[in-house]
Each structure stands twice: as C-alpha cells, then as structure tokens.
Write a protein that binds this ligand. Structure first.
Ligand code: NDP
Ligand code: PYC
Length: 341
C-alpha cells in the first residue's frame, strides 16, 4: 500500500459529488429520491474515510441495477406489527429507502415505549451501517442495528462458508463526548476491504481468511477466488454472526445469507437480505442521565490510556474536511463520464 505511486487527487465539494453519484444512479434506474438517499450515503462514507463502502461501491450499485437484481424504483411498504414493532417490506429495493420511510414512526414508537424494534426485509444493502444508526444518537436515542450479507464466512468448526460478513453497529449519545458509534463486520474484516486490498495489491494479516482448500491465508486473491473469510475471535465472533443471521433472517423475514441466488444477474453486488434495528430511549430508563454515565465511561477509558474512541476518527475527519472530499482525479473523471453517459 505504502509503495503505490501517489495519484493525482482532486478536491470536490460533497454537494457536487452527491449530485454526480445521484445522476449515475438515476441513469441506471433509481427514482430520484432513491438516488439522492444512496448518493448521500455513499459520499458520506467516502468523506468519513470509510473507503470500502464509499465511491468504491458505485460500480456494484450499477451492476445490481442494470442486471435487474435490485429495483431502484421500488416503493417500500410500512407495516404496523405491534406498539413496539414496525416492519418494512422493501419490495426488492434498497434498505436505506425502507429505513427512511420508517424513521419518523420508528422514532415515535421508541419514545412512546422506551424501546422499539424495526424489521426490514426483501431489501438490499451495500453500505456501511454507521450512517443508519448515527441519526438516532443525534436525537438522544440509542440504536443497535444488524444486517446479514452474502455467504462468504466459514463458521468456526465448519468446513464451508455459511454466514455473511454480518456487521452490527451501535450508536449512543455520550453527553459532552458527543456520541459513541461502532460498526463492525463479524468477520476478521469486511469483504469490501478484501476487495480493496486486492485492488491495491497488499496482503492482509495471516489468517484473515482461508484459501479454496481451507488453509489459512492473508492473500486477498486467495480469499476472493474460491476461498472465504472467517469470523473474528474464533467461536465467539462466529456465534455473534449466528445471532445476526437468526435475527435478520429468522426474526426479520429476510433471506439467510445463503438463501438468495444472484448467479443470473452478472456483477450483482447487493446482498438481498434483511436488517433489524433496536431503538432505546435512555430517558425512559430512570437512574442517572445516560449521557453522564457514558461520559464517566469515556473518562475511565482515557485514564486507562485508550485514545481511539469508536466513531471519533470519522467525525474528526468529517470536521477537518469541512464538506470537501478528496478523490483520485482519474476516479472522479470516470464518475463524471458515468454520470453524463
Ligand atoms: P473495522 O474493523 O475497520 O472497524 C470496526 C469498528 O472498530 C469501527 O467502529 C471502528 O471505529 C472501530 N475501531 C477500529 N480500530 C479501533 C481501535 N484501535 N480501537 C477502538 N475501536 C476501533 O471495520 P470492519 O472491517 O469490521 O467493517 C467495515 C465496514 O464494512 C463497516 O462500516 C460495516 O458496516 C461494513 N460492512 C457492511 C456490510 C453490509 O452488509 N452492508 C457487511 C460487512 C461490513 P472507527 O469509526 O473509529 O474507525
Ligand atoms: O464489505 O462485507 C462487506 C459487504 C457486504 C455487503 C456490503 N458490504
């Protein structure tokens, strides 16, 4: 990675970049609201340094749309299951649009009940999870989300892949510390980062995955060409991945990571699964204000020498970039071509 020649970098405003990505998505079949939501998500990830889920994903969106795998014009339907449970049938569209539809009512249910559940199914997600949960913490709520993806992870003790990369994310308000946000695949690393490593020609840590014969490897090409990832942390990460499958597909009604077949849709990249959200209103919990307790925890962690608070790296980068996003000049030219056709 360090030996790569420096690429010419262009600086473009987040607003203009969103417009370019939205235009690409519209040209490929998204209705305008869908294009705008996905473009904001994708450009926000690039801006925050979440490179494996930023502009890198544009070609995946295009291939999924052009091959008819996902419906960029789908109109999701909100279902009222119980006072504390909403569901959305995304109608084979993108998860972020289903979340956008449910957000206001879900927030109201969290506040009314102290806790609420949102189940999204028949949906496609190719992005990071932190953009899905952060807005809840901005409103003083705690949000936990999980999503299963595509079969590419060998459960601990098994011989072939079953699970997806199955991330889960938490965003929680933290008083004067802002918020605590983490977002992590339950594999050693995200599949997107393996693809980035192959593209950039660098190795991953030994044991990041296995090759086609099941031997541990850190070679991204061997992981991607017939091999697989493995859960982080041995059997413990494997069980968390199991939980994500169980809740997203078993409870939420989405596909398990192995249950969809995209082989007839060349290049399709968007897993067709399900996502769940658990929202909590900490003001309903009684006791000391949650923000104060979060501050106490952060203070203790700092005293213990911890400098990396989850989410802070991205938020600092966001602030430093102040709405201006660096993009390799050749990449930007390519995106402009895709937008203009
Ligand atoms: P990372 O391993 O890079 O980071 C995981 C979490 O750990 C982040 O919250 C990060 O916070 C935090 N972190 C990193 N280093 C430290 C440290 N030294 N101390 C404390 N916290 C730390 O991410 P993954 O590879 O697991 O996942 C990357 C992305 O891929 C995620 O955004 C995920 O949502 C996405 N993904 C999406 C899928 C989908 O189906 N849509 C499937 C799988 C993954 P920080 O913000 O500070 O970096
Ligand atoms: O990086 O593992 C991943 C991933 C799967 C779907 C979207 N991102």
């Amino acid at each position: 990675m360090g030996n790569r020649p420096a690429e010419d970098t262009a600086i473009i405003s987040e607003t203009e970049l969103r417009g370019i990505v939205a235009q690409i998505l519209e040209r490929n079949g998204c209705r305008s609201e869908v294009a705008e939501i996905l473009a904001a998500n994708c450009v926000g990830a690039e801006r925050d340094g979440s490179v494996s889920h930023g502009l890198f994903r544009v070609e995946g969106y295009i291939a999924s749309l052009r091959s008819g795998w996902v419906d960029g014009a789908a109109v999701p339907v909100l279902e009222d299951k119980a006072p504390g449970c909403l569901a959305v049938d995304a109608k084979n569209g993108f998860t972020q649009i289903a979340l956008d539809l449910a957000r206001e009512e879900f927030t109201a249910r969290i506040r009314q009940n102290g806790i609420a559940l949102l189940l999204i199914r028949n949906s496609h997600h190719l992005a990071a999870l932190w953009p899905d949960v952060e807005p809840f913490a901005e409103e003083g709520l705690i949000a936990l989300s999980m999503i299963n993806s595509m079969t590419c992870s060998v459960p601990q003790g098994a011989k072939k892949p079953v699970f997806g990369t199955n991330p889960f994310a938490l965003a929680a308000p933290a008083g004067k510390e802002g918020m605590l946000v983490f977002d992590m695949a339950t594999t050693t690393t995200a599949h997107g980062d393996v693809q980035v490593a192959r593209r950039e020609g660098h190795m991953l840590p030994p044991g990041t995955g296995v090759d086609r014969d099941g031997n541990p490897t850190g070679d991204p090409a061997k992981i991607l060409d017939g091999g697989a990832l493995v859960p982080f942390g041995g059997h413990k990460g494997s069980l968390i991945s199991l939980m994500v499958e169980l809740l997203c597909a078993g409870l939420g009604g989405g596909h398990f990571s192995w249950e969809f077949d995209w082989s007839g849709h060349p290049g399709a990249a968007t897993p067709h699964t399900g996502q769940i959200f658990i929202g909590i209103d900490p003001s309903k919990a009684g006791g000391l204000p949650f923000g104060m307790r979060a501050e106490t925890l952060v203070e203790k962690l700092r005293e213990a020498g911890l400098s990396h608070l989850p989410g802070r790296r991205r938020h600092d980068l966001r602030a430093a970039r102040a709405g201006q996003v660096p993009v390799a000049a050749a990449r930007l030219a390519h995106l402009r071509d895709l937008a203009e056709g």
